[in-house]
Design a protein around this ligand. Structure first.
Ligand code: MD3
Ligand code: FE
Length: 220
């Protein structure tokens, strides 16, 4: 059992590392709402394979909701309040989802998390995300909260340097992880997704990351 690799807390919260807390199955009771929400967001702002600044197509398909959305193209990585596919605002973030993320953050000791952006990643078999840091936000005192749905994936959790040997753990359907404090700028990635079938998501894994992008003051 992976459980005994990690330090437990009284609340069913597992501490992965300083600042990183796993709330096993925390989103399970909202799985239907999450899937309905993903389908409604992607009917307005479709999943797409964005280009890295180096010109390579990402294997993970992405969309966003909220005041700001994370995008990448040849001009770089950034947040924008418009979907570049439609030049209109991203779909809004339902209150129920930001409140689940806020609740998870609070349980992990981050009492004033106010996400204004949610990146939705869709993995098909073979899709992966190379080791990277999330550093396009303005305020690293705010955590990022992730919700995993569907097929399980192997998560790589490294240190503050790319060369730090990553810890490996599985992220399963319904798992919520809060990444803040000393873990906020840790390198992380997802191994190539294995084929499988999940009763709710079929051949896919979805990951939602709730973020405080603080883009508002940057908007023209
Ligand atoms: C650790 N997503 O969207 S979620 C991403 O499963 C991203 O799709 C992965 O990395 C996914 O940027 C991993 C877990 C995660 C998210 C943000 C983090 C771990 C993190 C930020 C800092 C440290
Ligand atoms: Fe990331």
């Amino acid at each position: 059992m992976q459980r005994d690799l990690f330090e437990g807390t009284d609340d069913g919260i597992l501490k992965l590392k300083d600042g990183a807390y796993l709330l096993k199955a925390f989103a399970l009771s909202s799985e239907q709402e999450f899937m309905r929400f993903i389908h409604s967001v992607s009917s307005e702002a479709p999943f797409r394979h964005m280009l890295t600044p180096g010109g390579r197509e990402m294997s993970v398909a992405m969309t966003n909701c909220g005041l700001a959305g994370w995008i990448t193209d040849k001009r770089g990585y950034r947040y924008d309040h418009l979907d570049p596919l439609s030049n209109t605002a991203w779909p809004s973030m339902p209150l129920g989802f930001s409140s689940l993320a806020e609740k998870a953050a609070k349980k992990s000791g981050f009492s004033s998390f106010t996400p204004n952006s949610c990146l939705i990643n869709r993995y098909e078999p073979g899709a992966k995300m190379a080791l990277h840091q999330d550093k396009d936000e303005d305020d690293f005192s705010q955590p990022i909260v992730s919700v995993s749905l569907g097929l399980p994936a192997k998560f790589l959790f490294g240190g503050l340097k790319r060369s730090d040997k990553p810890l490996r753990t599985q992220l399963a359907h319904g798992d919520v992880v809060v990444w803040g404090g000393a873990s906020r700028l840790a390198y992380h990635g997802i191994d190539k997704l294995k084929e499988g079938h999940h009763e709710l998501t079929g051949a896919y894994r979805y990951n939602l990351t709730f973020r405080s992008a603080k883009i508002i003051e940057n908007l023209k």
